[in-house]
Design a protein around this ligand. Structure first.
Ligand SMILES: [Zn+2]
Length: 252
């Protein structure tokens, strides 16, 4: 569907006379999501949330352009061996981000919001690097999936990857892409070293040791209705942030 807030379909004929306050960059990953969700689930989610936020922020007088989604995320050992799972190094990711920032700067667009859809992505170091080198350019990041406590919306206590939350949101936005009959139960194994489970320390999980169906969290109680209720609450927060970020000249 055509939108002047979505660069995938927008035409220069409309864009040239507009003033855009910011760009929104959906950023996901390419990896198996249990057995029943698309590989690019994280990018599709981030795009859908970004499109909806841009359309709603427009009602507050904000023009935000959603850039093409980036499907290049960070992966874990044990997941990267699975067919077509793509690991993008931090080096690659910062190169992509720097090129986008350089381009926007030349066009007088000095605000970028990264809409992150993948829990394994971490942009904080890259954003610091780029903002130090580019005074006056503001980058913020929203991880839509972790803004609100999941326990207020979903039944499963463990819900980490390809589980109830992601499946509900996919059923809400793209029901035709979900095959819930195919889903595994998302059973996972903890580390045997307690400090890694109680967060005294961190190490990347080995996905092959962690789960058999690539999921962490059972998706079988997912419904589109739960996804809709959750996204409505998340969207209120995001639209308010996009509006505030767009209309304030500085963060302080
Ligand atoms: Zn995901």
């Amino acid at each position: 569907m055509y939108s002047k807030f979505d660069i995938t379909t927008a035409r220069y004929g409309d864009v040239k006379d507009m003033h855009y306050h910011l760009a929104i960059l959906p950023w996901g990953s390419t990896e198996p999501h249990n057995l029943h969700l698309p590989y690019c689930t994280d990018m599709l989610h981030a795009q859908a949330v970004a499109f909806e936020a841009a359309e709603k922020a427009a009602m507050n007088g904000v023009n935000a352009m959603v850039l093409p989604g980036i499907p290049l995320g960070s992966q874990n050992p044990g997941q990267i061996e699975l067919p077509f799972c793509i690991h993008a190094s931090q080096r690659t990711q910062i190169a992509v981000l720097e090129d986008i920032v350089e381009s926007l700067k030349k066009q007088g667009i000095n605000k970028l919001l990264i809409m992150n859809g993948h829990g394994g992505n971490n942009f904080k170091g890259m954003i610091r690097d780029i903002m130090i080198k580019n005074p006056g350019f503001l980058i913020t990041v929203v991880a839509w999936f972790s803004i609100l406590p999941l326990k207020d919306f979903f039944e499963e206590k463990i819900d980490d990857h390809g589980g109830e939350q992601e499946t509900c949101v996919m059923l809400h936005y793209y029901p035709e892409l979900v095959n819930l009959n195919q889903a595994g139960d998302g059973h996972h194994n903890d580390f045997k070293i307690e400090g890694l489970n109680d967060k005294t320390a961190w190490a990347p999980r080995d996905w092959a040791q962690t789960t058999k169906d690539t999921g962490v969290g059972n998706p079988k109680k997912a419904t589109a209705e739960k996804g809709k209720r959750y996204i409505e609450a998340v969207m209120d927060r995001i639209v308010k942030f996009v509006t505030d970020f767009a209309l304030n000249d500085s963060l302080y």
